[in-house]
Design a protein around this ligand. Sequence first.
Ligand SMILES: [Zn+2]
Length: 89
Amino acid sequence: MPLYHYQCRNCESDFEVRHSWTDKNTVCLSCKSSDIYKLMNHITPVVYKNKKLVDNKKVGDEVKSAIEGGTKDLQRMKQILKKKANDTK
Ligand SMILES: [Zn+2]
């Protein structure tokens, strides 16, 4: 099954879930909210997925900072993806 990367609008954490593309019942792993949206994950390297499980809270805080700075959704997404690329170097 494919791995999907989501961000939660409620607690602003981001997380990855492996499920069928037909499954729409995914909820936030942190707060169980269903108010989440899918991020692009096609460049997510395998090594980052493992790191992600440990650093989930830290990344969420950084995303929160970006949101507080008035960044738009698309820009936030870009930042997250950019950070991923940097983390794996
Ligand atoms: Zn949440």
